[in-house]
Design a protein around this ligand. Sequence first.
Ligand SMILES: Nc1ncnc2c1ncn2[C@@H]1O[C@H](COP(=O)(O)OP(=O)(O)O)[C@@H](O)[C@H]1O
Ligand SMILES: [Mg+2]
Length: 581
Amino acid sequence: MAFKWVWNQLKGYRLRMGCGLLIVLAASALGMVNPYLSGTIVDKVIVDQQYKLLIPLLAVIIGATLSRAVIRYSFQMIFESVSQNLLLNIRVKMFSKLQELDFDFYDKTRTGDIMNRLTYDTDTVRHFVAWVIYNVFENGMIFIFAIGMLFWINPLLALIMLLVTPITAFFAIRLANDVKPTFFAIREQLSRLNSVVQENISGNRVVKAFAKEDYEIRKFSIENQAYKQKNVDSARVWEKYLPVLDSMAGVLIALIILAGGIMVSNGSLTIGELVAFNSFIWALTNPIRMAGWLINDTQRFAASGERVVELLETEPKIKDSGSPVAKDEIQGKIEFHNVCFSYGDEEVLENVHLTVEPGQTIAVIGPTGSGKSTLMNLICRFYECTSGKLLIDGINIRDFELKTLRDNIAVAMQDIFLFSDTIEGNIAYGVPGATMQDIIHAAEAAGANDFIARFPEGYDTIIGERGVGLSGGQKQRIALARALLKNPPILILDDVTSSVDMETEYEIQHMLNELYGSRTTFIIAHRISSVKNADLIIVLDNGKIIEQGTHQELLNKKGYYYSVFVNQFGDFDNIYGTEAG
Ligand SMILES: Nc1ncnc2c1ncn2[C@@H]1O[C@H](COP(=O)(O)OP(=O)(O)O)[C@@H](O)[C@H]1O
Ligand SMILES: [Mg+2]
């Protein structure tokens, strides 16, 4: 799988690779010159005493050595540059794939694992293209050429040398089969190890707050130890075979001395030919020795390549339908028809029926875990309804182009994420061309302008990774400003004012009504004060809408909403009078 894939990836580089391999071929052929000439020197110069041949022969030897060095350099450069270009392209493809993948993928995949695929695995692929391919070819060619030369010099002795080949091949194949699973295991363990580290770094505040450093070190040590073990296990496999392959090389030497010695003594081989044979030994033993390493690296590549391919071939569950609707302007009518949803087996939303007219404000309240955020996820099509239909402007949400849909919705999510960038950059994330005036306007509406203006660097203040350096309420308000700036027909505010004090919240509510006219707005909140002005309030419990209506209607029902109201405002009659009045 990995081989076929890398072959496809090499499209556009194949000609260069082919030229590279031709040069490798030339280098391998040049490698035959010196061993052969060393035999000639013995026979012609020493035995036949033709001393005038010595200088020209030496010149050829030096010339061959130098040109082989130059040639090797040139093909190494070719393979290196091809591999770097390939790596660059693969990384871009992988990163683009990551953008395409949906919530479901990220729910199920460890960050450490993704990081590994982007770094370790891609580098293994690069190493294969840069080094393994030409080495396999070069060693193979040298071996074949050497055998050819030996047959030319003395077929019988060459045949004896060849006897070792099937045994070597047998062990090489066994090594290849045994070692591959160990590379998978190493790879898997490395991603586990990385995940522990990555989680620990992200969660360092929690670790410190609970004084769990020792526990974390133990957790890390277990994975670290396991990683070492997997490497040792892998090493055990090839350590078992390398000596075998090495001793095959030794056997060759012994064979030459034995068989060659006998042949020289009975006159069927000259001394010079024996010397040539002996000089060709490296051309046979070296490839055999290298075979172990090359097989290792090849199998390592196969394991990593498969991980890369696996990621590249992961299909998001949520993607554009065959002929998506690309509507410019969405009005904001939203209909849930009998919508059910579950993340896994457990049903999270059950038979939700709801119609929202454009421009309405819908408040959603209910206990945590009742499915409020999930309901919003469905509107954004972060997940697909398990059954039922969700229509926006009368069009099934599945038929919208995803980009159109999401361009028309702004969400301030419950778990806020801010980028390590300036405050301005964070607010303008969805509208990169926004003017400073628009940004300040959005920040004002979100109740954020005051505290931002108090920072010495104002909107240019750089906030750390994930918003380090801001309070929870400040982060919420920046996230709110980010959503407001987008000014979309559908606005979703998932619990964005929970960490904001009541007074500020009141101001935000006021500003929202004032500054941002009519749009379909969903507000998820826990405070009655945040929801009571909504056109429609729905109460979710355990995935079901148990009550819906206006503030007044729900109070009259004396159900869940009423009890929340009483809880938050104490003596009902008293407050009711002032609230209503
Ligand atoms: N990504 C997820 N994968 C699996 N289960 C989830 C996921 N997100 C939420 N849930 C589950 O779905 C239920 C509803 O969650 P949620 O919509 O976040 O509730 P709320 O926003 O009302 O607090 C909860 O039981 C929660 O455990
Ligand atoms: Mg929620």
